[in-house]
Design a protein around this ligand. Structure first.
Ligand code: TXA
Ligand code: MG
Length: 325
C-alpha cells in the first residue's frame, strides 16, 4: 500500500467515514485512528498495531457534547478535570454507554475519552463528525511516534494516509485518570502532571503497576510493565555514581536531563534532553532521543533518572517500562 503524508483533512475524514485507518498528529503523540463506532474498522487497528485485544483504546471526540452520547454518570471531579484540561493531553475513563463497541473497551464497562488540542486532530474529528478510536501509531510495545516520519517507518506499508502536523509539542501520551469512583485514580502519568491534577481535584489515588496486573482485578489491562521500549537494552541509574562504566561490555550511551560531568569519551553516544533542566522540553524530546540512541547502534542505554516531579514523573514511568524485562 502506498502511504501518503499530507495535511488534507478532507481526505482523512473520508477514509475514516469509509471505515479505513488514518494516522494523525495530536499534541501528545501521533494516533492511529478509526471510526470508534465501527467494530470492523476498530479491529483493523488491533491487527495493524499487533496489539492484544485485552488492551482498550482511547476514544477521541471533538467536543463535550459527545460525552452524553458515549458515557454517563459524570462525577464532579471528572467535570472539573474536563473543564480545566480539555482540549489537551488528558484522558478520562468514564462509565460507558452501549453505543461503544466492546472491542474498543476490551469488554470493560468503562471507556477512555479525550478531546485533543492539536488543530490537525480537531479538524479531522470535526470533518469526520464521528468519535475516533486511536492508540499511538506504533507497533505494540515500541516507541511512540512524535513525527509523521516515525509513523511512516513502522506503519507506512499498512495504512493509506498520515495527517502530518509537525513534531508533537507535548511528546508523551496523555495522562489517564479513572473517574468511575469517589476518588479519581491516576492510571497512567502523562502530559498533564500529577501536581496539576491534584491542584484541580485534590486527592488522587495512584495506581501501582501491580494494580494493572492481569491476575488481580485489572484497573487498566493494557498497562503492561514492559512497554514504550527502544530496541537497545536500557538501564536506569539513580545518580551519576551508579553509572556502571567500569566493567560493562559493549558500547555505552548516556541518556540524561542535563549536562553531566562524566567524560564524553566514556560514551559512544549521549542524549541530553534539556540543558536548562526544563522537564517539559525533556518530555517533548523523550521518544526522539531514544530513537536516536537506537539508531546510534549502541549496546546499552544508561538513563539517569529524572527528578520525580512534574513531567519528570511521566518520563521516569516510560523509562521504567522501557527497562522492564
Ligand atoms: O496521548 C494519548 O493518549 C495517545 C494519543 C493518540 O491520543 N493515545 C494513546 O493510546 O496513548 P494508547 O492506546 O497507546 O494508550 C491508551 C491507554 C492504554 O494503556 C489503555 O490500557 C488505557 O489507555 N485505557 C483505555 N481504555 C481504558 C479503560 N476503559 N479503562 C482503563 N484504562 C483504559
Ligand atoms: Mg501506546
Amino acid at each position: 500500500m502506498k502511504c501518503e503524508i499530507t495535511r488534507d483533512i478532507g481526505a482523512g475524514a473520508d477514509l475514516i467515514r469509509q471505515g479505513e485507518l488514518v494516522a494523525f498528529a495530536t499534541e501528545t503523540v501521533y494516533g492511529l485512528g478509526a471510526n470508534a463506532l465501527n467494530p470492523e474498522a476498530v479491529a483493523r487497528i488491533f491487527e495493524v498495531k499487533q496489539r492484544p485485544h485485552f488492551d482498550p483504546l482511547i476514544v477521541h471526540i471533538s467536543n463535550i457534547q459527545y460525552l452524553d452520547e458515549l458515557t454517563y454518570g459524570l462525577t464532579e471531579q471528572a467535570r472539573k478535570l474536563a473543564e480545566q484540561f480539555w482540549p489537551g493531553p488528558l484522558t478520562l475513563v468514564l462509565p460507558k454507554r452501549k453505543k461503544i463497541p466492546d472491542l474498543v473497551t476490551s469488554g470493560l464497562d468503562s471507556v477512555a475519552i479525550r478531546i485533543p488540542a492539536h488543530p490537525i486532530a480537531r479538524q479531522l474529528l470535526e470533518a469526520a463528525e464521528l468519535p475516533i478510536a486511536a492508540p499511538s501509531a506504533n507497533k505494540f510495545g515500541c516507541l511512540s511516534p512524535t513525527q509523521a516520519s516515525h509513523v511512516a517507518e513502522q506503519l507506512g506499508s499498512e495504512i493509506k494516509l498520515i495527517l502530518e502536523g509537525g513534531a508533537c509539542a507535548v511528546g508523551v501520551e496523555s495522562t489517564v485518570i479513572q473517574c468511575t469512583g469517589e476518588v479519581p485514580v491516576l492510571l497512567r502519568p502523562g502530559g498533564i502532571s500529577l501536581e496539576e491534577i491534584e491542584g484541580c481535584v485534590g486527592e488522587v489515588r495512584l495506581a501501582q503497576i501491580e494494580d494493572h496486573a492481569e491476575a488481580k482485578s485489572p484497573l487498566s489491562p493494557g498497562m503492561l510493565p514492559k512497554h514504550y521500549a527502544p530496541r537497545t537494552r536500557l538501564t536506569i541509574a539513580d545518580q551519576l555514581s551508579d553509572v556502571p562504566i567500569e566493567g560493562s561490555k559493549g558500547l555505552l550511551s548516556l541518556f540524561s536531563l542535563e549536562e553531566t560531568f562524566l567524560k564524553d569519551c566514556q560514551f559512544s553516544a549521549r542524549e541530553i534532553l534539556s540543558p536548562s533542566g526544563d522537564l517539559k522540553i525533556a518530555a517533548a524530546r523523550l521518544f526522539t532521543a531514544l530513537r536516536n540512541l537506537d539508531a546510534a547502534g549502541v549496546d546499552h542505554i544508561i538513563a539517569l533518572r529524572m527528578p520525580e516531579e512534574g513531567l519528570g514523573r511521566t518520563i521516569n514511568n516510560r523509562l521504567e517500562r522501557a527497562a522492564a524485562t
